[in-house]
Design a protein around this ligand. Structure first.
Ligand SMILES: NC(=O)c1ccc[n+]([C@@H]2O[C@H](COP(=O)([O-])OP(=O)(O)OC[C@H]3O[C@@H](n4cnc5c(N)ncnc54)[C@H](O)[C@@H]3O)[C@@H](O)[C@H]2O)c1
Ligand SMILES: O=P(O)(O)OC[C@@H](O)[C@@H](O)[C@H](O)[C@H](O)CO
Length: 397
């Protein structure tokens, strides 16, 4: 383990050595002097990481290209090297993950074992989930605690502190011949809740913005960046566009993205008291970011996992349900959700196949309850039933 600038060596275990893991989280940890231990289940990726002492993170944009060289890492297979991983976790300063919100339950047991074996003289490790989901670290913490013996829960906070985060940087799927290198946009934002570290210093990770109230940041991010991105991707997929950039060249789609962001901006400004002008400028910036011509971001990546994206707290139903309840307009969000319901049986996307099955077998009301998590009492319920009925009827033609 090497120290940077003579500082104490620091160690981070990061679950998920994929796009955001290698390209953003590990890059920031490395630049802050941490040794990074990647934990993943993809054996070829682990072998490559262990065989190659460095990889490049390449930032692309209108301003040109810059490169970061990442070193001082190792990789562990979390399926086959459990004991080794537990030992690394037990002495880590930080545990992060970017595996996808549905995978958190699978990584929790090994983290629970690592935390439980933490030597008493070490201060609590920081656990930060870096997923696109509201309260992802809380979700992970819940699974970790379920996997911890009851007798060890009382002083669990002496061993681990859990902080929610909002992480924003567009990292598209990489060229098959890129190896470990990651191409991504220059912009980044990583906002983390400071409050769980009361009485301790926050982990010294350069680039993190520490805040006392995370909710406005994560809702603004998910309901602007991800709503806009997904709106472009689902409309784009249904109009046979290849990338989000291509989709945004289409006037109709561009208009739908703007309308959807005007709707979510209403929620963000009214619910969180964010200034209208500030939110308008933020939304403009997001439209520019998702339309970055250098990124080649395929609509299939951005639309991946439609069941997750159509769920209750996610980028369409979350804001639309809130707006409908308050009698505000949510037409563009509904139009985008309809396009998401049409994202069925897409190659290499298991959820899109499951969506097709549910749409074939269930009534519209069952679909809306099951996928969107809405109840009959909510004002959005009948609107979604209408949409699902239309998509089902079109499939019969
Ligand atoms: N790519 C982006 O632009 C971006 C930006 C912000 C947040 N995110 C979020 O980060 C998360 C990951 O996204 P990504 O684009 O990096 O995806 P990805 O598919 O590139 O990476 C996910 C990685 O997790 C690994 N993995 C899967 N199951 C695992 C397990 N049980 N244990 C350990 N590793 C496992 C996969 O092998 C893969 O390497 C998602 O929640 C996503 O929403 C992505
Ligand atoms: O990662 P997902 O599947 O939740 O959403 C797809 C993209 O919108 C997302 O990965 C963005 O690129 C990212 O959230 C930008 O910060």
């Amino acid at each position: 383990m090497s120290a940077v600038n003579g500082s104490t060596p620091k160690k981070a275990v990061h679950f998920g050595a994929g796009n955001i893991g290698r390209g953003f989280v590990a890059c920031f940890l490395h630049n802050s002097g941490y040794e990074v231990i990647f934990a993943d289940v993809a054996a070829p990726l682990i072998d490559k990481l262990n065989a190659q002492p460095s990889y490049k993170v390449i930032e692309v944009g209108a301003e040109g290209t810059t490169e970061n060289i990442i070193t001082n890492y190792r990789a562990i297979n979390s399926r086959t090297q459990e004991q080794e991983l537990i030992e690394e976790i037990s002495t880590a300063d930080v545990v992060t993950c970017s595996v996808g919100p549905n995978i958190l339950k699978f990584i929790a047991p090994v983290i629970a074992k690592g935390i439980d074996q933490r030597p008493q003289d070490l201060k609590p490790m920081a656990v930060i989930a870096c997923e696109n989901a509201i309260g992802a670290t809380d979700t992970l913490a819940g699974f970790i605690k379920q996997n911890t013996p009851e007798s060890r829960l009382e002083d669990h906070s002496d061993r681990a502190r859990y902080a929610n985060s909002a992480i924003d940087r567009i990292v598209p799927a990489q060229d098959p011949d890129a190896g470990l290198d990651v191409k991504l946009e220059k912009f980044y934002e990583w906002v983390v809740d400071r409050t769980p570290f009361e009485g301790f210093e926050v982990p010294p990770i350069e680039g993190i913005q520490w805040v006392d109230h995370l909710e406005p940041y994560i809702e603004r991010k998910l309901y602007t960046v991800n709503t806009g991105h997904a709106t472009a991707a689902y409309h784009g997929y249904n109009r046979r566009k290849r990338t989000v950039y291509d989709a945004l060249q289409d006037k109709h789609i561009h208009g739908e993205v703007r309308k959807a962001l005007a709707e979510t901006s209403k929620l963000i400004t009214t619910k969180h008291g964010i200034d209208e002008k500030e939110q308008a400028a933020y939304a403009e910036k997001i439209i520019r970011r998702i339309g970055n011509p250098h990124l080649e971001d395929a609509v299939e990546r951005v639309g991946r996992a439609p069941l997750r994206k159509l769920s209750r707290k996610e980028r369409f139903i979350g804001p639309a349900a809130h707006l409908a309840e308050n009698d505000h307009d949510c037409q563009a969000l509904l139009a985008a959700a309809e396009m998401a319901f049409r994202f069925q049986s897409v190659e290499e996307d298991a959820e899109s196949k499951e969506l097709a099955e549910i749409m074939n077998n269930d009534t519209p009301e069952e679909v809306v309850r099951k996928i969107c998590g809405l109840t009959e009492q909510e004002k959005l319920f009948p609107k979604m039933v209408e949409i699902v009925s239309r998509v089902q009827a079109d499939a019969q033609d």
